[in-house]
Ligand binder design. Structure first.
Ligand SMILES: [Mg+2]
Length: 210
């Protein structure tokens, strides 16, 4: 059967907020302030930097972290309507997040039956501090979104994202919806994308394809 799959980012895309960054700043302010600039200046890989920040947070704080995410997350306009329209458009949606899978599961629980899968970073709470891992990691990133794309090997695909962490996927995906910084990264590489502000824009574009 033909698989028509949408690979959709979570932070800053499905969510209005950068909830994962906000979470790090809330629960590991000092370590985040020290390491985030190192990551952005490419002196530390995203993989090593994030692992170090998260390892500074006690595992017993996890329930508070979940409560923070639930309290501060807001879905971007049109996302629910977009999900509702996908079956008639013959598309299925997967969430690919550089943040925690469990956090995306929690926020998207009311909509979960309309989402094929959620893939992101996993957390091990059995030790004194958070330990993170992912089945999709390489030397650079904990969640290599293009590895998830390759795993599914869809017949047709599009991706939706907003930042540099979506760039490697956007380079291999045949159609890209972009907002914010991702538009500039793609423009700099001479790659086409469809800019969007909310999910009503994406829905209108897919309906026009029919
Ligand atoms: Mg994002």
């Amino acid at each position: 059967m033909a698989e028509r799959l949408i690979f959709c980012d979570f932070d800053g895309t499905i969510l209005v907020e950068e909830i994962f960054r906000d979470l790090l700043r809330e629960f590991a302010p000092a370590v985040t302030a020290r390491i985030l600039p190192e990551i952005l200046a490419l002196r530390t890989s995203l993989c090593d930097g994030l692992s170090e920040i998260l390892a500074s947070i006690p595992s017993q704080q996890w329930p508070e972290m979940e409560a923070f995410v639930v309290e501060h997350s807001h879905l971007r306009a049109g996302f629910t309507e977009f999900l509702d329209a996908l079956p008639s458009l013959r598309w299925e949606l997967l969430v690919v997040t550089g943040g925690f899978t469990r956090m995306a599961e929690l926020v998207l629980a009311p909509l979960r039956d309309r989402i094929r899968a959620i893939h992101g970073m996993e957390v091990d709470l059995s030790g004194p501090t958070l330990r993170v891992f992912s089945p999709w990691q390489d030397a650079e990133e904990l969640v290599v979104k293009k590895a998830i794309y390759a795993h599914y090997a869809p017949t047709e695909a599009l991706c939706i994202g907003d930042s540099v962490t979506d760039l490697r996927l956007a380079r291999v995906c045949p159609r890209v919806f972009a907002r914010n910084g991702l538009i500039d990264y793609l423009a700099a590489e001479g790659r086409a994308c469809t800019p969007f502000e909310d999910f009503y824009d994406v829905l209108r574009a897919l309906e026009a394809d029919k």
